[in-house]
Design a protein around this ligand. Structure first.
Ligand SMILES: N[C@@H](CCC(=O)NCCCC(=O)O)C(=O)O
Length: 258
């Protein structure tokens, strides 16, 4: 039976979202937060394909055969520092090795396939590591950088409140999209250090920490941000523009598959 869209409604782009691990009451779960899913559907106009990361990366190619873009979300877990050649400086923080082992090859293969890529927080850090970059494991302990963490004891709307400015690189497409400076939330203890191959800074925080990256040499849409535009995205004009831009890129990719 054909899965082609035979009606008049154009087929929506399908976008892969890799899930993460959570343990509750002795059971292991694969999870994805609503706040990431809803703007992809309502603002980007895409259909999410949620991929579990608990069964290894063997099926990454088959997943990528089914999608028109990838969207890598944030998560509280830290990437295993061994993946960028370092000892673990945050043994108190959880990791998600299964997500690491799924997402890193997913990223490299999506780039090879020319798929649009959008990433948030941990997702941005994964792209950097996948391309050979490194991570500041404890930004808050480094001279010259601010503490970019949230207070997990605060109410959620306080944790995701806008707390600092971010300036897109002058003359960049992101500056044209959102302007010279935007206010953003901040929920991360880690940050980008050495950039991976092909990655370029796209925006900076006031302390100089990289807050967005892209891959300008590639033909497809590539955007990764350290802040959380998915939070109450529909009420944030900057977030609306970002999710709409990603959705348009995925529609263009989907048209190639039609
Ligand atoms: N562990 C990394 C990445 C932090 C991150 O993605 N935070 C968001 C967690 C909650 C959410 O999904 O909104 C770091 O600390 O830098």
């Amino acid at each position: 039976m054909s899965n082609k869209n035979t009606g008049n409604t154009p087929r929506k782009p399908v976008v892969l979202m890799s899930m993460g691990h959570q343990e509750r009451k002795g059971h292991d779960y694969q999870v994805m937060t609503h706040k990431y899913i809803v703007p992809l559907v309502e603002l980007s106009g895409c259909v999410p394909l949620l991929a579990p990361t608990c069964c290894g990366p063997d099926d990454v190619d088959q997943y990528l055969d089914m999608v028109d873009g990838i969207y890598l979300t944030g998560a509280g877990s830290n990437i295993d520092p061994a993946l960028y050649g370092q000892e673990n400086l945050t043994p108190d923080k959880g990791q998600d090795k299964n997500r690491d082992l799924f997402d890193l090859p997913l990223i490299r293969k999506a780039i090879e396939r020319g798929l649009p890529i959008f990433a948030i927080c941990r997702g941005m850090q994964e792209i950097n590591v996948a391309l050979g970059g490194t991570i500041h494991q404890k930004v808050y302990s480094l001279d010259g950088y601010n503490d970019h963490r949230e207070d997990s004891d605060d109410p959620v709307d306080v944790q995701y409140a806008q707390v600092h400015g971010v300036r897109p690189v002058d003359g960049s497409w992101l500056q044209k999209l959102v302007g010279d400076e935007i206010q953003v939330n901040s929920l991360h203890g880690q940050g980008l250090d050495k950039l991976g191959e092909g990655l370029e800074p796209l925006a900076y925080a006031e302390d100089g920490l990289i807050e967005a990256i892209h891959m300008p040499a590639l033909p497809q849409f590539t955007l990764a941000v350290q802040w959380h535009p998915e939070w109450q995205a529909a009420q944030n004009p900057d977030s609306v523009k970002i999710f709409q831009a990603f959705g348009e890129a995925c529609r263009e990719q989907a048209a190639k598959r039609a």
